[in-house]
Design a protein around this ligand. Structure first.
Ligand code: HEC
Ligand code: HEC
Length: 386
């Protein structure tokens, strides 16, 4: 939850991160400024636990020795969501000095440290040192894991009863992708979009709604303004350089984020799925909100993965699951795409529901336009004010 201030990237728009929404929550707002990290997503490739070219992310790190701030943030988010608890479960907060994360006053912090070593030992002894077993494996959202097998559910199929084969008679990848493009309005329409402007809002639950404004220009110029309680958060990409501006102060994005924003900002993304993922494989059938969908696994060259769900009837993309790798294990982000409407001949989702282990939010667009003039200047990083 203390993660990235800069939003993560998800779907056709940048997703406001949990951290951003946490800015208005009591816990998040009391966090030291140093904890607000500058980058978005975790690197998709496996992160070594002890890289220390950057200053270490803590004063009292005994397990995560040398891990940087972002890595510690990610690990803490992972631990909190795995146990379903807040930071105060393990950390002390002083009335005056605020959070004292380095202190070991709470028993749960000490237990957590032992558990970190235990998980590492299990992985080393039984899983070739890969992060397979994590806090989530046993805790699954509970502070104290249950050791009891779950009770039976009335009317549920008996264990061992035959299950329907989800991989029978599946369409080919080409059929699914062709159906998708046709459902959107055809390749010519998708490829032909020159500009797109979107106005809407993001609802993070608990009555926190923020205005969202996006402008895009082909092939991948992009600017998004989110009006937060602390001022405007703007993220832009002018085709070469990516930047982020918070409350009027602009700074360039790190190279990894530039690569992400370039990919996410592709106006004709649906037509480029084959290029976006190095490998796409049809997995099977699943139900998305009660509708049958074909699940397609995507693997990118950098090792990151996603599963895309295409509605079996309409052909449209209805859900996307993306996986991220942290020091402690894999974590996921889900987006469901709803309320598709035609805008200048291209079907676009007007409602997106995004969920991560730390936050859930609904993005609703009230207006989407295509082909309207957009000035190139809006995509450039604003110059520093003298
Ligand atoms: C279940 C217990 C637990 C929870 C919940 C937890 N932490 Fe931690 N935290 C730890 C442990 C254990 C360490 C020390 C890790 C080590 O020794 O390498 C730590 C270390 C840290 C540090 C580094 C402190 C230093 O200077 O050494 C920070 C910062 C931190 N946590 C922030 C957070 C935040 C923010 C949250 C809430 C999102 C959080 N933690 C939730 C157990 C927890
Ligand atoms: C192999 C299973 C397993 C894994 C993996 C695991 N735990 Fe636990 N954890 C347990 C069990 C079981 C208990 C309860 C022990 C008891 O009741 O005495 C527990 C207790 C705890 C407690 C004390 C909670 C309480 O209220 O008693 C904390 C804190 C905790 N675990 C943190 C973690 C963290 C952080 C991780 C990941 C680094 C983790 N655990 C990984 C099984 C696991």
């Amino acid at each position: 939850m203390t993660r990235t201030f800069l939003a993560r990237l998800g779907g056709i728009l940048l997703l406001a991160s949990a951290a951003l929404l946490a800015q208005t929550a009591t816990v998040g707002s009391a966090l030291p400024a140093a904890k607000v990290s500058k980058t978005a997503k975790a690197p998709a490739t496996k992160k070594a636990v002890v890289p220390a070219p950057t200053p270490a992310g803590g004063k009292n790190l005994q397990v995560f020795k040398g891990l940087d701030h972002e890595g510690v943030d990610e690990a803490m988010d992972f631990i909190s969501s795995s146990l379903g608890v807040g930071c105060a479960q393990c950390h002390v907060k002083d009335e005056k000095a605020g959070w004292q994360f380095e202190k070991d006053d709470k028993a749960d912090k000490k237990t957590a440290r032992k558990m970190l070593l235990m998980s590492r030992a299990i992985n080393k002894a039984h899983f070739k040192g890969e992060t397979v077993v994590s806090c989530a494996t046993c805790h699954n959202g509970h502070a104290e894991p249950s050791s009891l097998p779950p009770l039976a559910v009335l009317g549920a199929p008996r264990p061992g009863a035959p299950v329907p084969d989800k991989t029978k008679d599946l369409p080919s990848l080409e059929t699914i992708l062709d159906h998708y493009i046709a459902a959107l309005g055809g390749k010519a329409a998708v490829d032909g979009v020159t500009t797109r402007t979107m106005k809407g809002s993001i609802d993070g639950g608990g009555g926190r709604t923020m205005a969202l404004d996006i402008q895009q220009k082909a092939p991948h110029q992009f600017v998004q303004t989110l009006t937060t309680p602390r001022g405007a958060l703007v993220q832009g990409f002018d085709g070469t350089a990516g930047w982020v501006s918070r409350a009027g102060k602009a700074a360039p994005m790190a190279p990894k984020q530039v690569a992400d924003i370039r990919r996410e900002a592709d106006l004709a993304e649906p037509a480029h799925l084959q290029e976006r993922y190095a490998k796409l494989t049809v997995l099977g059938r699943e139900s998305v909100d009660g509708h049958e969908a074909f699940a397609v696994a995507g693997k990118r060259a950098d090792g990151s993965r996603a599963i895309l769900y295409f509605d079996a009837t309409t052909g449209l993309l209805t859900r996307r699951l993306a996986f991220d790798i942290t020091v402690l294990g894999r974590t996921s982000e889900e987006t469901t795409y709803q309320d598709y409407r035609s805008v200048e001949g291209v079907m676009l989702p007007f409602k997106l529901i995004t969920r991560t282990p730390h936050a859930a939010q609904v993005t609703t667009f009230s207006e989407i336009k295509q082909g309207v003039p957009v000035d190139d200047a809006v995509f450039k990083m604003p110059a520093a004010k003298p």
